[in-house]
Design a protein around this ligand. Structure first.
Ligand SMILES: Cc1cc2nc3c(=O)[nH]c(=O)nc-3n(C[C@H](O)[C@H](O)[C@H](O)COP(=O)(O)OP(=O)(O)OC[C@H]3O[C@@H](n4cnc5c(N)ncnc54)[C@H](O)[C@@H]3O)c2cc1C
Length: 225
């Protein structure tokens, strides 16, 4: 496949980029160093603007078919309701939708496969050099190293981007000083599906989302120390 755009990273950003390109008639080559997609939930909420952007690809319908729309979050402090955050009117057409990131990525990959593009997993960007006409990339997989020339390379390799580092581009934004572990837990007692709960204690903040109607009690907890 010569002269195909190269997309590095098959997370939501890379998959979406490949999908938009394929929808416009451009077949890209998309690689990911991980041998298989992640099975962890990670991002749990898809915001309305993302759904609006993805609508043209058909993925929004697939997401809304599986996801749980949410219209408010209830905050508790010391086991008592403290306040509620309403966002049901954030967008005229689309809700906030709760879906584990692993499922969002699977739906994006399914739509991409229909258009003939399949991520090459277990293939990492080793190094690259760019000139005025394109990029020479070295792609590394378990059994070989390959040189690939692309007219353009799209870096979707995440927060620890090798491409960003090589180009000396810093990751802008701010971060919390403490760790925020996140757990996917199967519960016997289901949560209220459409009302995520956020509980505040003096030393911790714990958010619970009912992730899956089928499991009846799969949730993710973010907790600060
Ligand atoms: C525990 C956790 C919880 C999170 N919770 C939320 C949340 O609640 N809400 C929210 O909005 N966001 C959340 N996030 C962040 C969210 O997961 C990211 O914003 C999202 O994954 C970014 O998508 P991306 O495609 O840009 O990057 P990523 O999903 O990081 O994908 C990058 C991909 O590039 C691949 N890659 C990296 N280097 C190379 C290389 N050299 N060659 C080839 N492939 C490479 C990686 O294997 C990876 O698959 C969470 C993240 C984590 C880890």
């Amino acid at each position: 496949m010569e002269q195909a755009p190269l997309i590095v990273g098959a997370g939501p950003t890379g998959l979406s980029a490949a999908l938009f390109l394929a929808g416009g008639g451009v077949q890209s080559r998309i690689i990911d160093k991980a041998p298989a997609p992640s099975i962890n939930s990670r991002a749990q909420v898809i915001n309305p603007r993302s759904l609006e952007l993805l609508q043209q690809t058909g993925v929004t319908d697939a997401i809304l078919h599986e996801a749980r729309p949410i219209h408010r979050v209830v905050f508790y402090q010391d086991w008592r309701p403290l306040t509620e955050l309403e966002f049901g009117h954030a967008h005229p057409d689309f809700p906030m939708a709760v879906l584990p990131q692993a499922r969002t990525e699977a739906l994006l990959a399914d739509a991409l496969a229909v258009l003939g593009v399949v991520p090459e997993r277990g293939t990492a960007l080793g190094s690259f050099e760019q000139d005025s006409d394109g990029v020479d990339a070295v792609l590394i997989s378990a059994d070989r190293s390959e040189s690939f020339r692309a007219p353009i390379m799209f870096a979707a390799d995440g927060a620890h981007s090798k491409v960003r580092e090589a180009l000396g581009i810093t990751l802008e934004g701010s971060s919390f000083p403490e760790d925020w572990p996140l757990y996917d837990i199967e519960l016997d007692d289901p949560l209220v599906p459409r009302v995520p709960m956020s509980a505040l204690w003096r030393a911790a903040w714990c958010s619970c989302f009912a992730l899956s109607p089928a499991s009846g009690g799969c949730l993710a907890i973010s907790q600060s120390h």
